[in-house]
Design a protein around this ligand. Structure first.
Ligand code: GLC
Length: 767
């Protein structure tokens, strides 16, 4: 498509290339991050994922080779050939990633006759021919590739031999492995080979396609029919570094408020404040810890965003203030669809200011969502974002502590928005086709900015739709799953791949949203929820209720057990969030992330790591009371029995309904809080450390759990070092928060001992 390579010019970190039929650019952002770009549609990047200038202006060399131009950084060698083929090598000359030089070709072409039959019986015909996309990159497969990432997709962990689409989709049917797209689009992929690892971020927000060796085993490809050629090659010596580099580029999940890591209850179907009060009281009466209650759309007046349903929820905000006194925090849902109603101020303001998306002919575009006839804010316009941000004030003044942004694919009940609906891309006119995948991203951003302005604490935003980089503003959940064993099973690879794609703060609707939960399913799901970054029980109107107590004593006990365990582990989870803020590593990690040379880990769909220290192997099959668990290299301890196991092998763990198999790596140090009903109920001045024999190093982080003081040094950091001679040294290595622990309780080999802390350091001889 580009033809022969002609000249080149280097200016400010960018190599500008000319070809017979077009031009291209190679930009060296860091030694490991290279951008490959061609303005096929318009000049410049216009990225929504990347904020600010990420170029570190590193030194690189440019050399003419025999038939290529070579760009050499401290870590990579990039070779550019005719036709804008680009190959990447590491510094030692090992090939990492090469462009495929042949044409696309179906391994198993479908005949015309067969296509007729498929259509006649009503089947979808996905690809009739290997037709090129307008923007297309084909990479050679060397034969041992595994693919991970791609954000929120159904199916298995390793995406090799599958194809996907990036088009944010609200599909009400039960999600299956055959789905090509869900609510989120994160066009980021990690390729792992025996001898190489790298990431590709295709920063084209239009509808895009990834085929990972399904069409042909000899190549994988990504492409789109619109937008620019704009992708980043992301190097690193292992998967963790690739993620660190990718999140350097697109941003990291900032430290959340501590309470958000507690337990949440939600249901679409709490129709009155009286019902919500009763739910809250029941939690306290049954001694089940909980922080947050979510108000779904019924709290609004006729589903008008930024209004209150006084008939069923009483005086605006009163129930929120009452709940607050009992330690509850309230999250309210908001939807982008603004009700078409001339007596409604949000609609009127938006119409007057021209803030809603329009038909090509200029009238405001209408479709139907919860409030009936509705219009869509044009979040690509910075003025609209500022307006929306300002609207958060209404919720903040009611006492709301988090905002749940839903239906922002954007969803619509009367068919999808046509591609040519006019949206803004900052100051330029754009289309729905170009802005669709970033709509939820920009809505989350506006909501986040509004909460920073009007609340001042760390914003808690939850979103259903997102694009690459949304992690900077929002938590996400996997949307409308169902109470199906299949969905519980799928949640593990789904959350693992979200984590690898930079989305660290994720969760599923515990118990399942649609369909009907059973006691056994809820019992198993709460075990997964306990180790999910976002832990929220949520369900749909019309489905069987699924609060912890509805299925009787045994299910209640299991809910209590795992929700209490969650609160015990809060400081560990908070430490993981602190870590992700610094290096982008997810909370839920597939084993392959830390054991990438171990072949057994590459396709492990039924267990995961919770941070580096804990391995979680939830039971996800009905009727199962045993679990086949793979332990990677090293020594591992059974969390329940303290039994010691050598890794590098499978074991069968007995897992009756009240047990979720958990293993802890030798040398781990895991901080625990004392029992509590909610965050803030008690001041923790004694931290319990579970210490597992071995050598280990751990940083524990402590701050006020609420505001931004930590960014100015307002936190404490404790370094814990465990040596093989059974000595544990705890040192306060950063002091910026007044409430230094007074005591540590150390649990080691079944013994529990308390030690005063002098505010500086503590040495404990464990034996
Ligand atoms: C959507 C959301 C779901 C919510 C419902 C009603 O289906 O995904 O979580 O409960 O809308 O607001």
């Amino acid at each position: 498509m580009f033809g022969r390579r002609k000249g080149y010019e280097v200016k400010e970190g960018i190599v500008y290339l000319t070809f017979d039929k077009g031009c291209g650019q190679i930009e060296v952002l860091t030694d490991e991050i290279i951008n490959v770009f061609s303005p096929l549609e318009r000049e410049g990047h216009h990225s929504k994922a990347i904020e600010g200038d990420k170029s570190k202006h590193v030194y690189f060399e440019v050399k003419e080779g025999v038939d290529f131009l070579e760009i050499i950084t401290a870590s990579l060698v990039v070779r550019v050939y005719d036709h804008f083929h680009v190959d990447f090598y590491d510094k030692g000359g090992r090939l990492l990633c090469a462009d495929y030089r042949g044409n696309r070709e179906f391994a198993t072409p479908i005949s015309d006759k067969f296509i007729e039959f498929l259509i006649a019986e009503g089947h979808e015909v996905p690809h009739e021919s290997a037709e090129d996309y307008r923007v297309q990159v084909i990479k050679r497969m060397e034969g041992d590739e595994c693919f991970y990432g791609l954000g929120d997709k159904t199916g298995v962990l390793n995406k090799r031999h599958y194809d996907y689409e990036m088009w944010n989709s609200d599909i009400p049917q039960a999600h299956t492995d055959a789905f090509k797209a869900l609510y989120k689009s994160v066009p980021f992929l990690i390729t792992l080979r025996k001898e190489a690892v790298y990431g590709i971020f295709f920063d084209n927000p239009c509808k895009s396609y990834f085929d990972l060796g399904k069409e042909q085993d000899g190549y994988y490809l990504f492409g789109a029919d619109q937008g620019n050629l704009d992708y980043y090659f992301i190097g690193g010596t292992n998967m963790a570094e690739v993620i660190r580099n990718y999140t350097y580029l697109t941003g990291r999940t900032p430290l959340p408020q501590l309470f958000t890591l507690g337990y949440h209850q939600s249901r679409w179907g709490y129709e009155t404040s009286a019902e919500i009060r009763a739910i809250a009281d029941k939690y306290r009466a049954l001694d089940i810890p909980i922080d947050t209650i979510h108000f779904d759309i019924d709290y609004m007046d006729g589903y008008r965003v930024f209004t209150w349903n006084e008939r069923d929820f009483g005086e605006p905000g009163k129930v929120i203030r009452e709940l607050e006194k009992k330690g509850f925090k309230v999250v309210t849902i908001i939807d982008p669809g603004v009700k078409k109603d001339p007596d409604y101020d949000v609609y009127r303001e938006g119409i007057e200011q021209g803030y809603f998306v329009k038909m090509p002919e200029g009238e405001v575009y209408e479709n139907e969502v919860w409030p009936g006839e509705a219009v869509y804010p044009d979040f690509g316009n910075p003025k609209v974002r500022a307006w929306w941000a300002d609207k958060q004030k209404y919720l903040v003044e009611l006492g709301v502590r988090g905002v749940w942004t839903d239906m922002n694919e954007p969803a619509s009940f009367r068919g999808e928005l046509p591609e040519d609906i006019v949206f803004s891309d900052e100051s330029e006119a754009s289309t729905h086709a170009a802005m669709h995948n970033v709509y939820g991203h920009l809505m989350s951003r506006a909501t986040y900015e509004g909460l920073v302005r009007h609340d001042g604490r760390r914003p808690f935003v939850i979103t259903r739709a997102c694009y690459a980089g949304t992690q900077k503003y929002s938590t996400m959940w996997t949307g409308d799953n169902q109470s199906l064993w299949d969905h519980l099973r799928m949640a593990i690879p789904q959350m693992c791949n979200m984590g690898l794609s930079g989305l660290a703060f994720v969760g599923t609707d515990v118990g399942g949203f649609g369909a009907d939960a059973t006691p056994e399913l809820l019992s198993r799901w709460v075990q997964l929820g306990c180790f999910s970054p976002l832990f929220r029980n949520h369900s749909s109107k019309g489905s069987t209720r699924q609060e912890p107590w509805v299925f009787g004593e045994e299910t209640l006990r299991i809910n209590q057990k795992y929700i209490r365990l969650r609160y015990r582990l809060l400081p560990y989870l908070y430490d993981l969030f602190y870590e992700t803020g610094n290096n982008g590593l997810p909370i839920i990690r597939p084993l392959v992330l830390h054991y990438e040379k171990d072949e057994e880990c590459k396709n492990l769909n039924t267990e995961f790591l919770f941070g580096a220290q804990m391995l979680i192997a939830p039971v996800v099959e009905q009727g199962m009371n045993k679990k086949l668990v793979y332990l990677p290299e090293g020594t591992w301890y059974d969390y329940d029995t303290m039994e010691k196991h050598t890794g590098g092998q499978y074991l069968i763990k007995s897992a009756p309904i009240d047990i979720c198999p958990v293993f802890v790596k030798a040398g781990s140090i895991i901080p625990n809080y004392p029992p509590m009903h909610y965050v803030g109920e008690i001041e923790v001045d004694n931290l319990t450390l579970d210490v597992y024999p071995g050598e280990g190093h751990y940083i524990h982080y402590q701050d006020n759990g609420e505001d931004f003081a930590y960014l100015e040094g307002g936190y404490n950091a404790y370094e814990c070092s465990l040596s093989a001679d059974e000595t544990l040294i705890i040192k306060l290595i950063h002091k910026g928060y007044a409430k230094v622990y007074r005591q540590f309780t150390i649990r080691y080999k079944g013994r529990e001992q308390q030690f005063e802390f002098n505010g500086d350091s503590l040495t404990v001889w464990l034996s």
